[in-house]
Design a protein around this ligand. Structure first.
Ligand SMILES: O=C[C@H](O)[C@H](O)COP(=O)(O)O
Ligand SMILES: C=C(OP(=O)(O)O)C(=O)O
Ligand SMILES: [Mn+2]
Length: 494
């Protein structure tokens, strides 16, 4: 993390009527994406709560307005999790990626959970991200911007409002900051106090991440120690050790010619956080005005993205995000037309500021080959500066015969390959990857050298929502990407 310029003022206004969500007056849950009286992107005034005038899809409805007001009031007073100076430093790095100088690595759980929370869980995910970043930096000879889906990635959009088990129907689980996974009416009740619990867990997570990124753990001299025990014995583990040995040698050479490898560039990393901007009462309460610039920042994370299911042009999520100074992302599937994408860009980044907006493409290999060229062409024609990021996992979810939600490594690899092929053809920069992964030895995605199969998914299937790549599958992906980046720049294979 970098030095900060402090964000100080709490989100105005502070009266309970304006800072809270009025259940009676919307946001309405709507699945048709129809019109709103307050289209974002026009010149209407923005405020942290102007999203309340728009239709908010995927939003929990709370039973008690009082309970919600009290939770939001508590969050209005908590300390910001991130600071404007950090957010701006991420923005600058992303701006360089729009110019082809850098690669973004985003990864973490689909849904963080209270049950899985442990310092070792955070450490191990962070460790794999460090390994992946090292492979990508060395492989591509480019700076890698490291962003965790961590410290706030709780709320989940769902395909179905209800879950039915043995004829019993209950509201779907929507993330630990909304309701609980257990299949009982009490657990599935939307509880606004969970937002406060999620905030406190995020604060702890960030504290650990800050310590790991600057306190010696991320020192490049320790690169061998980042290998996880269960990865160590795999093909990817030994491939990593070989690469680590090469880097060790380069470090020894640098030292020999007088470069000081005890400098922060070698001993710490800049690590950022991001999550889906979904649960707007939480995001609004963490939105604060920067005392030095007067700009509003959502201080729940450095970067926020809007999901595929909530990116309606006239919806509450675009209205909220258009007003905050953070770098933003938007997920797009094959349902997004080039015209729609340009309108989204004009709403989320009206000044066309480089680094402000990343387009996170998730459509599956086949649809990507068909649809991505048109999206890139439109962006090129309109002269928009965006970071193109591949999310090769969300378009590749399937149900195994044994009933597990899973993803095949082959399909993930195929989508990444398609993403790189299309950028090669279009002369654009493949700017990053966004994946759901964990440092744990889970069996949630099939394939890869780790050879998880449909039959072994039940061995350690632990995710609270979507299936994650385990440590060795994630590392394998990093090597694939690094090789592809090398090919682009004419470097020999690793
Ligand atoms: O993480 C993404 C979505 O929440 C998830 O893919 C939706 O899953 P569902 O179809 O099980 O609701
Ligand atoms: C919900 C998610 O993705 P998408 O919006 O792409 O479906 C996610 O990233 O977990
Ligand atoms: Mn997911």
């Amino acid at each position: 993390f970098v030095p900060t310029s402090l964000v100080t003022a709490p989100a105005a206004p502070t009266s309970s009527s304006s800072t809270s969500l009025n259940v009676a007056s919307a946001p309405r849950v709507n699945s048709s994406g129809s019109t709103s009286s307050f289209p974002p992107g026009d010149n209407k005034a923005w405020s942290p709560d102007s999203w309340k005038n728009c239709i908010a899809k995927q939003m929990p409805v709370y039973e008690s307005q009082e309970e919600l007001d009290a939770a939001v009031e508590t969050l209005n007073r908590v300390a910001p999790l991130v600071f404007a100076g950090e957010v701006r430093s991420l923005h600058e790095k992303l701006a360089r990626v729009t110019q082809g100088q850098g690669f973004v690595l985003m990864g973490g759980d689909c849904a963080e959970s209270f049950k899985e929370f442990h310092v070792n869980h955070i450490r191990d995910t962070f460790r794999v991200l460090l390994q992946m970043a090292l492979v990508l930096t060395f492989g591509s000879a480019m700076p890698v911007v490291k962003i965790g889906r961590m410290a706030g990635q709780f709320a989940k959009p769902r395909s179905e409002p209800n879950e039915v088990i043995d004829g019993v129907s209950l509201p779907s689980y929507r993330g630990d900051n909304v309701n609980r996974e257990e299949f009982t009416p009490e657990a599935r009740r939307n509880d606004p106090n969970l937002m406060v619990d999620a905030y406190h867990q995020s604060a702890q997570t960030l504290n650990i991440l800050r310590a790991f990124s600057t306190g010696g753990f991320a020192d490049i001299a320790r690169l061998h120690a980042w290998n996880l025990d269960f990865v160590e014995d795999t093909e990817e583990g030994s491939r990593y050790q070989k690469l680590a040995a090469k880097i060790d040698e380069s470090l020894r050479f640098m030292k020999a010619i007088g470069i000081d490898t005890s400098k922060p560039e070698f001993t710490s990393v800049d690590f950022y956080t991001a999550h889906e901007c979904l649960l707007l009462p939480y995001e609004q309460a963490l939105t604060r005005q920067d005392s030095t610039t007067g700009k509003w920042y959502d201080c729940s994370a450095h970067m926020l993205w809007v999901g595929e299911r909530t990116r309606d042009l006239d919806g509450a999520h675009l209205e909220f995000t258009r007003g905050v100074g953070n770098p933003l992302g938007v997920k797009v599937s094959d349902k997004c037309t080039p015209e729609e994408l340009i309108r989204i860009i004009d709403t989320m980044n009206p000044q066309n500021v480089p680094g402000k907006l990343s387009i996170i493409v998730r459509m599956g290999a086949e649809k990507l080959r068909k649809n991505l060229p048109g999206l890139i062409r439109a962006v090129q024609r309109e002269g928009k500066a965006v970071v193109w990021i591949s999310d090769p996992v969300h378009g590749n979810t399937r149900k195994s015969e044994s009933g597990f939600k899973t993803r095949d490594f082959d399909n993930i690899r195929a989508e990444l390959r398609a993403f790189f092929d299309v950028h090669d053809e279009m002369g654009s920069h493949p700017g990053g990857v966004h994946i759901e992964m964990t440092g744990e030895d889970v069996t949630e995605c099939t394939g890869g050298v780790s050879a998880v199969s449909d039959e072994t998914l039940n061995k350690n299937y632990a995710t609270a929502c979507d299936p994650r790549l385990n440590g060795s599958q994630a590392l394998e992906l990093a090597f694939l990407i690094a090789e592809r980046m090398r090919l682009r720049t004419g470097l020999p294979p690793l």
